[in-house]
Design a protein around this ligand. Sequence first.
Ligand SMILES: [Zn+2]
Ligand SMILES: [Zn+2]
Length: 232
Amino acid sequence: MTLPSECLICHQWPGPALCESCILNFAQPRARCQLCALPGADPVCSACRATPPVWDACLCAVDYGYPWQACVARLKFQGELGLAKSLGQLIRHAPWVERALEQATCLLPMPLSDQRLRERGYNQALLLARSLRQGLKIPLPVHWLQKWRDTPAQSELARDERLRNVAGSFSLAPSHRHRLRNARVVLVDDVMTTGASLQAACQVLRHAGVAHITTLVLARTNAPGAGPSEKS
Ligand SMILES: [Zn+2]
Ligand SMILES: [Zn+2]
């Protein structure tokens, strides 16, 4: 028997896991930079014009703050895996996401290191990617992109240091590398803070000859480095 669900924000019961009024109140689309998804600059912010990221487009559904910060924590640290379904659907309804998914030849979740995966037991980015992919036929290979080491918390470091810190943390499974040549990849993660980890992962994809990369996250902190930490 399945119990009727309640809204994970306002707890209206029975009802969908994200009720209409909460979506209306807290998930309104905003103008965002097409390259870093920071709000306010459409199409591209001055920072991205000066130093464009490795990827071609960045999409996000909501700001990382009330109430989404708590939702992410419940998914990521409290084992409420069922939330991935609703949060994935929320991402899917964000502007341009459906189009990015339709054009993608491959959907990749941001990987966790083996150690983190063992501690947590699941990869929240993979759960979101699975939810995003419902009804679509895009391949979602889980082991192609790998993270082979954890890096110290990012929040204390300056931007250059962060990039150096994560450079070389990601790699591609050698036997699948060739499949990414000329691919259009959508790389999925839960939260983007500085984007340093995503940059490092995208560099690896670029070296493999990926033609187009969209980074797609549920939530974006409003200022680089504004998140609590970049614990993956
Ligand atoms: Zn609600
Ligand atoms: Zn930007």
